[in-house]
Design a protein around this ligand. Structure first.
Ligand SMILES: Nc1nc2c(ncn2[C@@H]2O[C@H](COP(=O)(O)OP(=O)(O)OP(=O)(O)O)[C@@H](O)[C@H]2O)c(=O)[nH]1
Ligand SMILES: [Mg+2]
Length: 228
């Protein structure tokens, strides 16, 4: 893993199955889109480093499975995330209605400092059975930023991921976020050396838990720490 960054932020991406979470990640990290994707099993992750205000920010993005059967596994990844994307499919109303459920999950299982953005994906598709006004009203009510996006055309994909990082960075700069909190989903890198790494065992860190084939690994089961 390259150490060429000032901060690393951990993100989670949540939402119903098939809304395009994995495609958003693929478009953001590799500028690619696929019409045929496999449903995510457990959790997958990707990285991308962006530059904001002369700071290099490495985003570590955990893409969670939307299927209900993986809920208990994916929940364990919410803890320790400082950024999150709540994704629905703009052409399927039910996926927007389920956002309330996803937001409740995040509020229950993640850190209260988490910065969220609401993403209406598949904006390239016609016949939307939802109006922008109603989504915007909901977003305002929940104090969420909202973007229409398309993993297919790339519309707003970078903006969505970057907007969350901008808010986190602002909170760091204004000291609303305490960087000494190791479970916060932020790593600080000084002169190429990771400030926190020596204090953490790999199996305690929110960065090293990986779920393969839908099975929760032992490290995660043992890791009962709460964030913040
Ligand atoms: N037209 C269009 N299709 C998209 C877009 N994003 C994703 N898709 C398609 O939607 C389907 C599901 O995409 P995924 O990214 O696998 O969905 P997911 O949310 O990761 O699903 P789970 O892993 O099961 O939770 C695939 O067939 C994609 O090609 C988009 O912006 N526009
Ligand atoms: Mg997926």
């Amino acid at each position: 893993m390259s150490n060429d960054y000032n901060y690393m932020f951990k993100y989670i991406v949540v939402g119903d199955t098939n809304v395009g979470k994995s495609c958003l990640l693929l478009q953001f990290t590799e500028n690619k889109f696929s019409d045929h994707t496999e449903s995510t099993v457990g959790v997958e992750f990707g990285y991308k480093t962006i530059k904001l205000n002369d700071q290099l920010i490495k985003l570590q993005i955990w893409d969670t499975a939307g299927q209900d059967s993986f809920k208990s596994i994916t929940r364990s990844y919410y803890r320790g995330a400082i950024g999150g994307l709540l994704v629905f499919d703009f052409s399927r109303r039910s996926t927007f209605e389920d956002i309330k459920k996803w937001l409740k999950e995040i509020k229950t299982y993640s850190c209260d400092k988490i910065q969220l953005v609401l993403v209406g994906n598949k904006s390239d598709l016609p016949n939307k059975d939802l109006t922008i006004q109603e989504v915007q009203e909901y977003a305002q009510q929940e104090k969420l930023d909202f973007y229409e996006a398309s993993a297919k055309t790339g519309q707003n994909v970078d903006v969505v991921f970057e907007s969350v990082a901008i808010k986190i960075l602002r909170k760091i700069e204004t000291k609303q976020i305490n960087l000494d909190d190791q479970m916060l989903g932020i790593k600080v890198n000084l002169n190429g050396k990771n400030k926190k790494k020596s204090k953490l065992q790999n199996n305690q860190s929110p960065y090293y838990n990986i779920t393969l084939n839908g099975k929760q690994n032992q490290e995660e089961k043992n890791d009962k720490k709460s964030c913040c």
